[in-house]
Design a protein around this ligand. Structure first.
Ligand SMILES: [Zn+2]
Length: 327
């Protein structure tokens, strides 16, 4: 009886264990099947998104200032509603994005050097966790007119000749300026679009004109704006006054560093209203206009440099204020 009971119990236990094992096996199979299914969905979504350009997250709002740019133009790229740091490339130039004010999103400003080869350049924007978006931007050739380098009798009396102007600009003044302009400040001071340096804008000398006299020539890498003696000159954006000198041709001049290699230059001033190293806010009076240096009369010469490249300054300001085109 005892033996029988034992046997029965043994049998029962074995049967129970068997059932338990079978149940465990089924359970494992179910778990395994679920894992495989989840993996398949993940792989499908990942490769599906890649192959068919279907994003797991919605495509961010991306805008560019233009798809067709000329030499010396400005390219502005804006990415909205993204919290992650955006990166990008235009041709072989790495774009540097900063966070704009009032939810303006991530903004990158870059310039087309005046001597950049015309053609198509790839603009790629990487939005972390979503995708890299690519399109072509066309750079067109811009022709600049040949004009006369004006030397008035008053300037001649002061010792200005074509040879002296051109050689001094090349060998002394631009060398001094380039030491400042080739520095790419890793800090950015800009948070909003640029403004004009004067209340009234009247162009009296175009950007890019090639001015020649007596076998010498110099290209005008800024714009001349009408300004009576002593007109207020405003900081076009937030930044730091990094250069204040009185040079033979450029006269009394101020350079403001806006960060990321962006600089604004104000020439032929009569009076400085800031000191070297001072932080300035957009719209601050930085100087009074004048006719110091090589100038045929009072005016403001205004220049914009981005990573050492001279850009058309009024088009630069316009690009930063432009209503953006969808990318
Ligand atoms: Zn000028």
């Amino acid at each position: 009886m005892g033996e029988k009971k034992f046997k029965k119990n043994k049998h029962t236990r074995t049967k129970k264990t068997y059932i338990k094992q079978v149940r465990n096996k089924d359970y494992r199979k179910v778990i395994l099947a679920r894992i495989v299914a989840i993996l398949a969905i993940v792989i499908f979504l990942y490769y599906g998104a890649k192959n068919y350009n279907v994003s797991l997250s919605p495509k961010p709002e991306i805008y560019v200032s233009s798809y067709n740019l000329m030499q010396a133009d400005t390219l502005l790229v804006t990415v909205k509603n993204e919290t992650n740091k955006i990166t990008g490339k235009f041709g072989d130039i790495n774009l540097r994005f900063f966070n704009g004010e009032n939810d303006n999103g991530w903004i990158a400003i870059t310039g087309i050097p005046i001597n950049k080869n015309p053609g198509d350049y790839k603009l790629s924007i990487n939005v972390p966790g979503i995708d890299t978006f690519k399109k072509n931007i066309t750079v067109l050739k811009r022709n600049f007119p040949l004009t006369k380098l004006a030397i008035t009798p008053e300037l001649l009396n002061k010792g200005y000749t074509a040879k002296k102007i051109v050689t001094t600009i090349d060998s002394i003044e631009n060398k001094a300026l380039n030491e400042v302009l080739n520095v790419i400040n890793p800090d950015i001071y800009v948070k909003k679009p640029f403004i004009y340096p004067l209340s009234d804008i009247n162009v009296v000398g175009n950007f890019g004109d090639i001015r020649a006299a007596q076998g010498y020539q110099v290209q005008h890498f800024g714009v001349d704006l009408k300004a009576a003696m002593g007109t207020f000159v405003y900081a076009v954006n937030d930044g730091k006054a990094v250069f204040m000198e009185n040079l033979p041709n450029y006269g009394k001049m101020v350079i403001i560093d806006h960060g990321f290699g962006m600089y604004s230059l104000y020439l032929h001033l009569s009076e400085f209203k800031v000191t070297k190293g001072q932080m300035v806010t957009q719209g601050d009076i930085v100087a009074l206009s004048g006719d110091t240096g090589y100038a045929t009369g009072p005016h403001l010469h205004f220049s914009i440099k981005v990573r050492g490249a001279a850009l058309d300054p009024l088009k630069f300001i316009g690009a930063t204020q432009t209503s953006w085109i969808k990318f």
